[in-house]
Each structure stands twice: as C-alpha cells, then as structure tokens.
Design a protein around this ligand. Structure first.
Ligand code: C5P
Length: 314
C-alpha cells in the first residue's frame, strides 16, 4: 500500500525516579510509563519525489529536521537506501491533539508512528525489537510509544518490561498553553541541585532498578488498585519544575483539592494530571477546574488509560 493512517497515543508517567548519571551523559531512570487515549493522527503517503515533507494542522509544529517525525523518516531512509530508491519520498501529515512541551511525549509518539508506518509502507518486515532499537536512536521515550500500554522503563527509558494496563482508570490533564518546559533544562537543573545524591555505583544502580519490579507501584498496578496507584504517583522532576513554575504548582494544588485518586506532573511538565476512577468523575473535575481557574490559557483534557501503542487505522 502507498498510504497509511496511524493513531499515536500520548503517555503519562505514573512514576519517574532519577537514579544517577550514565556514561553517555543521560540519566539512569526507573519509570512507569502509561499510554493514554489522547492521540495524534499521522498520515503517511508516498509523494513521488525524493523528499520527506512534514505538515501539521498546528502551525507551531516545525516541518524541518527539528521535528522528530521528520528525523524518524530520515533514519529509515539512511538505514534502508534500497527501499528509499524503490519507493521514494514520503508526505507526513500530523493532526496535532497532544499538547506540546507538555511531558506527554507528543513528538515521540509521532516519530513512533512514522517508524511503524514506513515499516509497513516499504514492507521492511522489521520486528518490534528492531523497530524499538531504531526508535532508541531518536529519543528515550520512542521505544515505549511504539508498544504503548503500561511498562516499567529503565536505562535511559528505552529498556521496557510490560505490565498489565489499568485501563479502567481515567485522567484529567491540565496545562497552561503558554508554559512549555524543555526536557534537557529540567534534567540539567535536577543534576545541578540533586547530583550529590545520585547513585554512581553500577551494582547499586542495578539493584535500585530491579527493586522497581517488586515495588509497591507495580503491585498496585497488577491488582488494578486505583486508590493505591494514586497514592504512589511519583515524579522527581517536580522538585525542579514546581519551584520555578509557581503557576504549575498552584494548578497541582487546585487539582489535589478536588479529591482525585492522585495528582502528579507528567515527565518534565508542564502538564499536571489527576487520576480518577470514572469518566463521570473526570467530567466533574473538568468542570470544577474550569470554574475555579477561568483562564483561557489553561487547556483541560479528559481521557482514559489505554493498553494500546501506535495503531494502524487504514
Ligand atoms: O532522549 P530524549 O531526546 O527524549 O531526551 C531529551 C533530553 O532529556 C536529553 O537530551 C537529556 O537532557 C534528558 N534526558 C536525560 N536522561 C534520560 C532521558 C532524557 O538526561 N534518561
């Protein structure tokens, strides 16, 4: 087929712990990543030229090589030059629904969809581990975005162990549109403030990562215990983002007062999410929040947890 449409779901972090430094300059992490139904749509079409062209319904999304979706297509072109000669360039059209600079892996999800779509369009026959190896070259969250669902993510975030998905839970996401947080900035600020507490011994780092597998959060997820999951939400990056972005901290406090299962910032922010038991409760919190903070800059989304990663729709 010469064209594919794909759904690329966003993610939230149910858990994000920074363990220490890595020799490649990244951080060693222990996370639990969770796909949510809020998704972008990515359409791929052979364009009969030798170019990769990206367009998006949101004019703020770049169409050049700074767009991860472009870089994903370029990586496939570099890796499979014969297929590129045979099939030629590709048009990538993105319908943007996932907010940007939000800690929701929107750009990573688009790149994941391009990898999955080009594998199909060019009949490359890549296995999921092969696709995830390519994905890891582009960004730490992209391997997860391909498989989606719920997973323990360690290393840079690219080493994945799947968990059952607590799909019965819903979330309300809230983000000030004008506050976008740079992930490199958040990690750099964390290193400056908390670098002294990093675990540097590799054996100790390994032990900490292994503890994740038998940890309380994994137990709560396995038991589909929404209340406990809510209590155990954790994100080390809150320690640097909330003090520097008081509006995000206030938003978090406002959501907490509405008695959800739990509230946490996702990734490096600036999205704050409230985990809830039902779509009715999500609707109630949505209404309460828009009444309490009637700021047109505040975006609020209701969605639910999902077990799906990138899906091919046609
Ligand atoms: O891998 P990715 O490009 O998504 O990471 C964005 C930035 O986040 C990196 O450049 C790095 O500054 C930081 N990061 C990190 N440790 C990780 C993942 C990301 O320091 N494990």
């Amino acid at each position: 087929m010469r064209a594919y449409s794909l759904i690329a779901p966003a993610k939230i972090n149910l858990y994000l712990e920074i363990i220490g430094d890595r020799s490649d300059g990244y951080h060693e992490l222990a996370m639990i990543l969770q796909s949510i139904a809020l998704s972008d749509r990515v359409d791929l079409r052979a364009n009969g030229t030798d170019q990769i062209r990206v367009r998006c319904d949101d004019p703020l999304v770049p169409s050049d090589a700074s767009n991860l979706a472009y870089r994903a297509a370029d990586l496939i072109v570099q890796q499979f030059p014969e297929s590129y000669r045979k099939f030629g360039g590709v048009d990538i059209a993105i319908e943007k629904r996932i907010p940007m600079g939000a800690g929701l892996a929107g750009g990573s999800a688009n790149a994941a969809a391009v990898l999955v779509g080009l594998d199909l369009m060019w009949s490359l026959g890549l296995t999921q581990p092969e696709l995830q190896d390519l994905a890891a070259q582009l960004g730490s969250d992209i391997p997860f975005c391909i498989a989606g669902g719920t997973a323990i993510a360690t290393g840079r975030g690219e080493q994945l162990a799947p968990l059952p998905s607590p799909e019965h839970l819903h979330v309300v996401l809230a983000k000030y549109r004008s506050i976008a947080i740079s992930t490199p900035w958040a990690y750099k600020a964390y290193r400056q403030q908390f670098g002294h507490s990093y675990i540097s011994d590799p054996a100790e780092q390994k032990g900490r990562k292994q503890q994740m597998h038998s940890g309380a959060m994994v137990g709560a997820i396995a038991q589909r215990d929404g209340k406990r999951i809510g209590q155990l939400l954790h994100n080390d990056l809150e320690k640097v983002v909330l003090p520097t972005h008081p509006k995000v901290a206030e938003l978090r406090q406002t959501l907490e007062k509405m008695n959800p299962l739990g509230v946490m910032m996702s990734g490096s922010g600036s999205t704050v999410f409230a985990l809830v038991e039902s779509s009715a409760q999500a609707e109630q919190i949505h209404q309460q929040l828009s009444a309490e903070i009637p700021d047109p800059d505040l975006g609020i989304w209701k969605t639910h947890l999902t077990a799906s990663g990138v899906q091919v729709v046609s």
